[in-house]
Design a protein around this ligand. Sequence first.
Ligand code: PLP
Length: 451
Amino acid sequence: MTPQPHPEAGAAVKAADRAHVFHSWSAQELIDPLAVAGAEGSYFWDYDGRRYLDFSSGLVYTNIGYQHPKVVAAIQEQAAHLTTFAPAFAIEARSEAARLIAERTPGDLDKIFFTNGGADAVEHAVRMARLHTGRPKVLSAYRSYHGGTQQAVNVTGDPRRWASDTGAAGVVHFWAPFLYRSRFYAETEEQECARALEHLETTIAFEGPGTIAAIVLETIPGTAGIMVPPPGYLAGVREICDQHGIVFVLDEVMAGFGRTGEWFAADLSGVVPDLMTFAKGVNSGYVPLGGVAISGAIAETFARRPYPGGLTYSGHPLACAAAVATLRVMAEEGVVDHARRLGEDVVAPALHELAERHPSIGEVRGVGMFWALELVRNRETREPLVPYNATGEANAPMAAFGAAAKKHGLWPFINMNRTHVVPPCNVSEAELKEGLAALDAALLVADEYTV
Ligand code: PLP
């Protein structure tokens, strides 16, 4: 329901926030968080009654939009029946959520370890891989994001790890494929795939295959720029892992649960990892939930030997009830097919058409409801609209672009020199077109910074 404008209430919320809330990834006195009065479907409202179309899906998690009545009702029913119960017990919401997730995960990823979100899912996947193999090292890609906790941020390859990276022993980064920024080494996706696989094999050879527990990759790197890997890359990594007994971990925290127009991005290539991390879309982020889907072989390692790890709220009934309802809604409403169809029929042609008219668009990438525009100062040199190794802080061109988008009622997802088009997977065609028109208008501002 559209909230009534109430600027005084908004001012009070904002004042308390500024006085007491310590925000993530932020210099506390340099931020100006919007006070939000309510949200429904693909929209949210501020206290002045201004409406925003959410092309960011929160932090790319409201895959079925805000306040879906069936999920809200399921949370209410679970709260009335059994609000909480410790993880050592068998609880209907938890076992049903695990069953439904296992039914959708590829291959034999049939055992589900629940966490509170994505970072702790990555923490546990790394721990499982180390215990399963008895090896210490983990390989992960530059241009990746795996979470803000200690191990997850060390595995992360984007500049946000710089400040918190203690250089944890055993984490080695490598270059995954990204043709747009590899052009001195490769001209085609095929060449880029071969380059990246060869580079990975060389990295493994120099690190020592027998020392490597896991390769951790986002199936499609999300926060770092939605680089859909070239055909054959993930299958190649799978082969390399098999050859050396390395655990292949695919991080589907952002790409999973319909975002790519498949249940999981791994389904696009048919590659089955040994461990798969998930969170966000599993219950549209209504209650914190994440997890690791575990293969038969790794589950077997812990069949008669305790797994040394756990969380008080693992498989929290409210979060699991939300997951059960979300997964049912997605099936009943055909959300996954909808995301694929609108991605192909509406988003892809519209973004490519925008790229023809806006000199600030260097590249359009994506699939389903998972797209990025790489904004550049110069199309020839591909110079980003911010320096490439920037730490993602506000900068004039991207800040001006973001402000223009908001003025047109569009809430964008901006990271470094990119704006991502990641609306809820059940966004309507009319909403999408409204958002794309606002994006078109905002890009005129980005164009002003091109040379
Ligand atoms: N892994 C990926 C691929 C992500 O995109 C994120 C968050 O954006 C995480 C892990 C961390 O998830 P969380 O913020 O729930 O800890």
